[in-house]
Every structure is written in structure tokens, then in C-alpha cells.
Design a binder for this molecule. Structure first.
Ligand code: IMP
Ligand code: MG
Length: 211
């Protein structure tokens, strides 16, 4: 029985997972937790309620566009918290920080853009608003492809002029201008699996480069 198997394997798997986190010293690389997982969960519910209300007349023409890879966890939680209505989900990948860089190098779209956007209400979901380059790029691409309107929902926004001056309809949390990881956000594709958002210890930055 599949259910029995799941039931038996879960505690063991969880223990393995915790052991591995401990062995990896993943959490020890974190300097401080900025947004705890419970705060994220509560904010996701509140955002979903507002967005659900705002799109109540979208009439099946809502397309959610999660920006990979940073919004992987946020988008998955957000769409499950939205009212259960017909909507499309189409991923897009934008490359900005790349690898071990912690400063923006400008944005470019990697691979194909979402298709059939004509007349659709587009909701871009991304992890963090920093220079604003990613959001400006996607908004203009989607409008040029005939979207009815384009809005954005960002988990985080840095309290810096470039971010605060970029129009954004839905924001989870405003944070200080620090490099953050967790809940989808990465440093060299690491730390995305942390359930909270935090800052990295200096020793963790560039470790791979020094090794
Ligand atoms: P923007 O185009 O400069 O607004 O940058 C947005 C992208 O840069 C985000 O989607 C992230 O992938 C990346 N980014 C910006 N700030 C951070 C950070 O503090 N930690 C991790 N990634 C970041
Ligand atoms: Mg990103």
C-alpha cells in the first residue's frame, strides 16, 4: 500500500533530512534571520486574499508568471493560497545575479517567453525587487505581447531608491539593503531550500572560490 509506505517512511526521511542539514552546516552559514517562516506564511495568506479579490473579475484570463528560480517557493505557496479559480501558470527565467556575484549585472530573459498572453491579466511573481531591471524588462515584454494588464507581486523589496521607485502592486516585506538568501533566494544556487529569509555570514561568501 502506498499510504502505508508513506506513513512508515516519513519520520525516517525527516530525520535524514534534519541530519543532512546539520552535517551541511547550512543554518550555521546564516548570520541572522530577517523574515521567519511563520511571518512568511501569514503574509502569503494576506497577499493571496488581496490578490484574489483584485482578480475576482479576471474570468479565467489570469496568467501567473513565476520568475525562476528565485520565486520557486513563494509562487508555489502563493498560488495554493489564492482562491481556487481557473488560472494559467507559465514560468519564465530571468538571469541577473548569476553564480557567486552579490551585485546586479543587468537582466536578460533566458529561453522562451510565456505564450498566448493576448487579453490576459498577467501577475508576475518574483523573489525580490532590487534594481528593478527584471520587473521593467518583463512588464514591457508582456505588454508588447498584448496582455490586458501586468501586475507584480514581490516577496521582498529592498529599501533603496531603485527598488522603492519601481512600481509594484503587491509587496511582501520591505527589507534593508543587504544580500539575503532563503525561501527561494540563493547564493550560487545554495540556500534556496531554507524555510526563512536571512543574511549570510561573511565566511560563507566566496567560500567555494577560496576552496
Ligand atoms: P533586480 O532586477 O535588480 O530587481 O533583481 C532581481 C533579481 O536579483 C532577483 O530576482 C534575485 O534573483 C536577484 N537578487 C537581488 N537581490 C538579491 C539578494 O539579496 N539575494 C539573492 N538574490 C538577489
Ligand atoms: Mg531572480
Amino acid at each position: 500500500m502506498i499510504e502505508e509506505h508513506l506513513h512508515e517512511s516519513r519520520p525516517h526521511e525527516d530525520r535524514l533530512h534534519e541530519d543532512r542539514l546539520h552535517e551541511d552546516r547550512l543554518h550555521e552559514d546564516i548570520e541572522k534571520v530577517l523574515v521567519p517562516s511563520a511571518a512568511i506564511a501569514a503574509r502569503v495568506r494576506a497577499l493571496a486574499a488581496t490578490i484574489g479579490e483584485d482578480y475576482s473579475h479576471a474570468d479565467g484570463r489570469l496568467t501567473v508568471v513565476p520568475v525562476m528560480t528565485g520565486s520557486l517557493l513563494f509562487a508555489a505557496d502563493l498560488v495554493r493560497a489564492l482562491p481556487q479559480r481557473r488560472m494559467r501558470i507559465q514560468l519564465t527565467t530571468v538571469s541577473s545575479y548569476g553564480g557567486t556575484a552579490t551585485a546586479s549585472r543587468g537582466s536578460s530573459i533566458v529561453g522562451a517567453l510565456p505564450k498566448h498572453l493576448e487579453g490576459h491579466h498577467i501577475l508576475i511573481v518574483d523573489d525580490i525587487l532590487d534594481s528593478g531591471g527584471t520587473l521593467r524588462l518583463l512588464r514591457s515584454e508582456f505588454m508588447a505581447r498584448g496582455a490586458a494588464d501586468v501586475r507584480a507581486c514581490m516577496l521582498l523589496r529592498k529599501r533603496i531608491p531603485s527598488a522603492m521607485n519601481t512600481p509594484c502592486e503587491y509587496v511582501g516585506f520591505d527589507i534593508d539593503d543587504e544580500f539575503v538568501v532563503g525561501y527561494g533566494l540563493d547564493y550560487d544556487d545554495l540556500y534556496r531550500n531554507l524555510p526563512y529569509v536571512g543574511t549570510l555570514r561573511k565566511e560563507a561568501i566566496g567560500r567555494e572560490l577560496r576552496a
